[in-house]
Design a protein around this ligand. Sequence first.
Ligand code: AMP
Length: 344
Amino acid sequence: MSHRSQPRQVREREPREPREPPQPREPRVARTRRELAEARATLGPGAVGAVMTMGALHAGHVRLIRKAREDNAHVVVTIFLNPLQFGPHEDLSRYPRTVDSDLDLCTREGADVVFLPTPDVIYRDGDPSVRVDAGALGAVLEGQARPGHFDGVLTVVGKLLHLTGADRAYFGQKDAQQLLLISRMVRDLDFPVQVLSVPTVREDDGLALSSRNTYLTSSDRQVALALYRALQAGASAATEGPSAVRRAARAVLVLEPLVLVDYLVLVHPWTLQDVPEWYRGEALLAVAGRVGTTRLIDNAPVVVGPGGGPREVSSIEAGVGSDGRRPEGTGQPDSAGSERRRAR
Ligand code: AMP
């Protein structure tokens, strides 16, 4: 090898010019059923993950999209403000609409398709005369405060599962009752889809992210933190049993009279029935309240009993157990239900 070859070799080993990071590709935006079907047809082989939203996207939605991205070859995000799940006096007309920034976010996060229908695309003949009935689990907690809400949610989720042809669908633990009901629907009605959940994404100070947080004034926002503090206080009393959890959470809320508490409950995570005092195991501490003009919900999965405390929720297959089993030590829901009472 001649010595003249040396520099050439060195030059050949020099690092290549750094490549521009790949530009995020704009998702295909489908506004009609036909456009969605066409966009779906271009996706090629591999699993499709769906993330269903009402828009005004934030870091909670991002978490769902990223999880869907990790698990699937393709991601479809739906943005649809579903009138069917809003009561006549609820906030449908003032719900934040931020389509342009939502589409930017979907581009950044690598969604392949965004389905952005109007109500007449989803409900071709007006309000559907046949709907999914959420049953008893849909009549408590949020369902009691918002009659018909979960029938509307399940009806649209069912339709969107069909229209997107998703193999997996992702929902947030933030809306624990919704997550449970969707898991139940998929199981009870044999939808060929896997439901997965992601943990609640919070601000640094603990406030759960929600599109509705934009309604809060800065003082409302401070008041709203009491919901999170109550959940934390309850969870940290979990080793002492259910009434200690309820007492600790309630003690925080009574100090913040500007939160008009709708419910504060410690319930079984699959039956939503209050857990009785002897209960040990997984439970859900859930709270809903009004701050100013805004109704907020939040929850904390906890383990009650020795060694208990807040239960870490990683991304999990959601719901009722793929084989329908209860986790050990969860007791019978009816015994809990018979002594149902509000913790407030
Ligand atoms: P929404 O647009 O409010 O209907 O929410 C769409 C999805 O995002 C639902 O599965 C919600 O549970 C989920 N989600 C909303 N807020 C959060 C949050 N803070 N953390 C995790 N998931 C969330």
